[in-house]
Design a protein. Structure first.
Length: 365
């Protein structure tokens, strides 16, 4: 069974065809990073306009790359929440129109939940020329339930226990900044480019992660997170290092930092942030004893996180390839398949976008 996935929740326009919830047939992503990096973040109006320009060519390319026609597509899945409302509207309108035009069942997908399903793609069925051009190291097997998921991105940081498809429990989440947001903000303090995650990771490779001692947040709930204090601690440490007062403009700090200091701050911040994620994930593993552990979301591409978590857990972890950790439509199509198997279809005339809603409120099984 082949599902077409469509994703447009933020600044990537993406479409993908996935077969049987595990076999990747195509994966097309058009990124807007080069547009938004000039502004230091995503500009919603520009993002929506860029989606309008890209959505039809991206969908057509995904179907072509999969060697499919519309007769081969069995269902359509699309991100309807959460995200930028203008961006979401572009993808959902395209999906609704195509579902009506080609008489295909439509399945709305929660973006954050879908990130977890990148870990369920285990087979590469793309044409040979695409496989050789962009090879993927996929997991050897699908995760088993119960499954513990650490979901980490620019907008979300949470630990979720999945009992089965569509049946999950929130164990803890950030109480302020998401970890990816903290990476972006610290990168800005250090004068590193957007997006901050990859920039921090590159600088950290050249730095000493033990150079600056940064605090861990102490929270009442054992599985909740907080990163705003860590971000502020980096700011204060930088101000102290360069010898300025706390009211000194933060955007001018980069001009006073040496390259070696930037690298050391990046390494120290990354080490502390990742240690927090790993410590709480290990604690949850020990308490709930899941059969598998996965990481999902853009920050799941971070090598320090992958290495620390693998070293800390007593079970093997098969990580999804980095290109499937960031926003893509393969994860949308994969989750769409399992929703199809559940049998609940959405009327394309009635589907509406929801810019902000927790995945725990959209459980479907």
């Amino acid at each position: 069974m082949k599902v077409l996935g469509i994703e447009s929740s933020c600044d990537e326009t993406a479409a993908s065809v996935v077969e049987d919830g595990r076999r990747l047939l195509s994966n097309v992503v058009v990124s807007q990073i080069d547009i938004h990096k000039h502004y230091g973040g995503v500009v919603p109006e520009i993002a929506a306009r860029s989606h309008i320009e890209a959505i039809n060519p991206v969908i057509n390319q995904a179907i072509t790359d999969a060697n499919c026609t519309w007769d081969d597509i069995d269902a359509i899945a699309v991100t309807y929440a959460p995200g930028l409302i203008g961006s979401l509207l572009v993808g959902t309108l395209a999906a609704r129109t195509l579902a009506i035009l080609h008489d295909k069942p439509l399945y709305p997908v929660h973006h954050v939940e879908a990130h977890v399903y990148a870990n369920f793609i285990t087979e590469d069925g793309r044409p040979e020329k695409l496989v050789s051009l962009k090879p993927l190291e996929l997991p050897s097997k699908q995760p088993a339930f119960p499954m513990l998921a650490l979901i980490v991105s620019g907008g979300h940081t949470r630990l979720v226990l999945f009992r089965s498809h569509g049946d999950y429990e929130l164990l803890g989440q950030t109480q302020d900044d998401a970890v990816g947001e903290a990476f972006d903000k610290v990168a800005k303090i250090l004068g590193l480019p957007y997006p901050g995650g990859p920039a921090i990771a590159r600088a950290a490779k050249e730095g000493d992660k033990f150079k600056y001692h940064l605090p861990d947040a102490k929270l009442k709930h054992p599985y909740d997170f907080s990163f705003s204090g860590l971000k502020t601690a980096v700011l204060r440490a930088v101000q102290k290092e360069v010898g300025v007062s706390y009211d000194f403009p933060s955007f001018k700090l980069k001009d006073k930092l040496k390259t070696s200091e930037i690298n050391d701050f990046a390494a120290s911040f990354q080490y502390t942030a990742i240690k927090t994620l790993v410590t709480k994930t290990v604690k949850a593993y020990n308490e709930f004893q899941p059969k598998s552990v996965v990481i999902a979301g853009g920050v799941a591409a971070n090598q320090e996180l992958r290495e620390q978590l693998k070293a800390a857990l007593p079970i093997d972890i098969d990580y999804a390839p980095i290109s499937l950790c960031t926003d893509n439509a393969a994860m949308i199509a994969t989750l769409g398949y399992y929703k199809f198997m559940n049998g609940k279809v959405t009327d394309p005339y009635e589907l509406e976008v929801i810019p902000s809603i927790s995945m725990e409120k959209t459980k479907w099984n």
